[in-house]
Design a protein around this ligand. Structure first.
Ligand code: UDP
Length: 219
């Protein structure tokens, strides 16, 4: 509903409007890595569907407003992003693992930890979005923005343990239903259009994020 309200406002003002869409539109993907022209694999009635289908519906509305009213739209599909100023308790894996490691609590891996994600440092995402906003109106997207470096959750846990120097044990918890098994952006389109690619490797971005969490929440 928020999307259609904003589209109405953008139409009235003839303003360029950006949708922060998501890699979740690809669901539990059967094509790997995921290019923008992959239609995705989403369970419409699963527990994640409210988010996935909500974002997919918002993309639909953006493209309908673009077609029907010529509204200048930009749709960016954001893959897993992390960095300083994440909320320590929002439940995402990077913040969970870092807080657990810094507090000496068990690191909670859901399932066997073989599922993969590709983590993009926040500054790289912002740079990509700014460059995209400066492209001509013919460039509507959807455009993947993310870091193609792909890691298992077990690898992520080991990195966080090493970078924090923590001796937290690893425990396994139940894997949430419909948890995507693999995820990695195909960023060929963004590279060609924006002359952009991520600059901050995971180890470095994690070190910066750990420094932030250490100073802000664990003193
Ligand atoms: N995850 C995990 N432990 C946690 C939080 C998440 O193993 O404490 C896993 C989760 O099951 C998923 C991955 O880490 O496979 C990324 O989860 P997150 O919620 O950060 O992002 P998303 O699933 O939306 O990509």
């Amino acid at each position: 509903h928020g999307a259609i309200n904003m589209l109405g406002l953008a139409k009235r003002l003839n303003a360029k409007i950006l949708q922060a869409s998501t890699s979740e539109v690809y669901g539990d993907p059967s094509v790997h890595p995921q290019p923008e022209d992959y239609w995705g694999h989403v369970n419409a009635i699963g527990p994640r569907a409210c988010y996935d289908e909500g974002k997919r519906c918002a993309e639909t509305l953006f493209f309908d407003y673009h077609r029907q009213h010529g509204l200048p739209i930009k749709v960016v599909r954001i893959f897993n992003t992390y960095g300083p100023r994440m909320h320590p308790n929002d439940g995402r894996v990077v913040s969970n693992f870092i807080m657990q490691a810094l507090r000496g609590e068990p690191i909670t891996i859901y399932g066997d930890g073989s599922q993969t994600r590709s983590f993009c440092y926040v500054d790289d995402l912002v740079e990509g979005m700014l460059r995209f906003m400066d492209t001509g109106a013919e460039h509507t997207g959807p455009l993947n923005i993310g870091n193609p470096g792909e890691f298992t959750m077990l690898e992520l846990a080991e990195k966080v343990l090493r970078l924090t120097g923590s001796s937290s044990p690893i425990v396994h918890k139940e894997l949430p239903q419909d948890d995507p098994k693999q995820r990695r952006p195909d960023i060929a389109r963004a590279k060609a259009l924006l002359d952009w690619e991520p600059q901050v490797p995971l180890d470095e971005g994690l070190a910066r994020t750990i420094a932030y969490f250490r100073q802000r929440f664990v003193t």
